[in-house]
Design a binder for this molecule. Sequence first.
Ligand code: HEM
Length: 496
Amino acid sequence: MRLSLFVVSVAVFIGSSTHVSAAKLGARQSRTTPLLTNFPGQAPLPSLEQHSTQRGANTLPLDNIQGDILVGMKKQKERFVFFHVNDATSFKTALKTYVPDHITSAQTLISDPSEQPLAFVNLAFSNTGLQALGVTDSLGDAQFPNGQFADASNLGDDLSQWVAPFTGTAIHGVFLIGSDQDSFLDQFENDISTAFGASITEVQALSGSARPGDLAGHEHFGFLDGISQPAVTGWETTVFPGQAVVPPGIILTGRDGDPTTRPSWALDGSFMAFRHFQQKVPEFNAYTLANAIPANSAGNLTQQEGAEFLGARMFGRWKSGAPIDLAPTADDPALGADPQRNNNFDFSDTLTDETKCPFAAHIRKTNPRQDLGGPVNTFHAIRSSIPYGPETSDAELASGVTSQDRGLLFVEYQSVIGNGFRFQQINWVNNAGFPFSKPIAPGIDPIIGQSPTRSTGGLDPLDQTKTFSVPLFVIPKGGEYFFMPSISALTSTIAA
Ligand code: HEM
């Protein structure tokens, strides 16, 4: 069956090259409600007031850091506009005018709503994009120069599933537009078209949206997302129990903790790993039902309870966000909704058995906590993804077969691609032996492990030696590695 693609528009910008002033573009129209949403269960964003009172001078230059890098998964709507630069000179001229009034800083995103624009816009470039603009300094990253398509087989991807325009290096950059209303995304996408005219061609736009009602903040399999993010020193004002605290250079290039020497203009940028993941939701549900776990230490389970339990064991959290390390036999929605408690675990009491959390559960593979013997900063990244596509229909649920495209527009920010996203995917998720030195081989991450042999152990707590052969429910359709510079670097270096 051929799947219909959700909101993939291929268009050529035909706007005039006249640059419309910022005021006309509406960027400064103010809001009455915040642009971002603190979904229940996620650690709330700091406010600018907390910053000035609690952090004083001990803060990052938040007005120069593009906002999406630090805010995480708090968007109702987002559009990724991938583009190709046709004319570097006119692009740079437009960029100089566009940046000051449109590129949105982290500071703006935590300011009073009246100071926030109707939509935020951030901008990042691929290596071919920087080359096209004559920015040829090495950024010192091993994977960035060749792009993600060249790396896809190392990530374990089935290249036959990759779709244009990701199959190559033709994407030069991406505008990220975030808001709470589709009309604002449309308006700001039109503004970009008007401002940059024929200097760029839009090669694809992918739109994501929070799920409706109480499911907002949950990804399409049904699980609350964006709960566990590292607290970045200089940005955080509150560290929540269990939260990792990392120096800013784990996320921001050139800052304390970044192991690489960078050109000076790269200070306060970040590498953005973008992945287009399709999710097979009816197939996931059918699998968990067919393989429902019959019982746990609290007693026998109905088939539906056993399916929910298997899903929770695969993720390491229940759909509410409650960690199975703290709620090992049944969901606890109050725990899932409480950021003071829902991240406060470290696997230290189950280092050698899977009674509470399988070694291969998605959140244990991607953040092994005490499995590494203590806090290790290097491999953290900030996730900033958003679901795309419609809700699963009753017909799809009844048939167990996907007929409408849906999934996750996945974003992770880090200072070193090979330490953040890429390390998590290759060295942990796809590695059947990780976490190492366990009495039972963990197998691969049952959610995102990309490997021909999708075998995972430990999913049944009463029969931990049983292995599950889990079909692939998350299919990489493409992606790219981008660099998101600081706001001053956009005008001083990129547009120079
Ligand atoms: C469609 C694909 C994916 C889905 C549906 C998904 C879903 C989730 C969910 C529901 C959580 C739990 C919420 C939380 O703890 O914050 C989570 C956590 C996480 N995911 Fe994913 N994820 C996907 C892809 C990835 C990929 C590709 C990576 C990296 C290679 C990744 C890395 C992480 C990390 C680092 C965490 C936090 C773990 C922790 O700190 O405890 N995810 N994901």
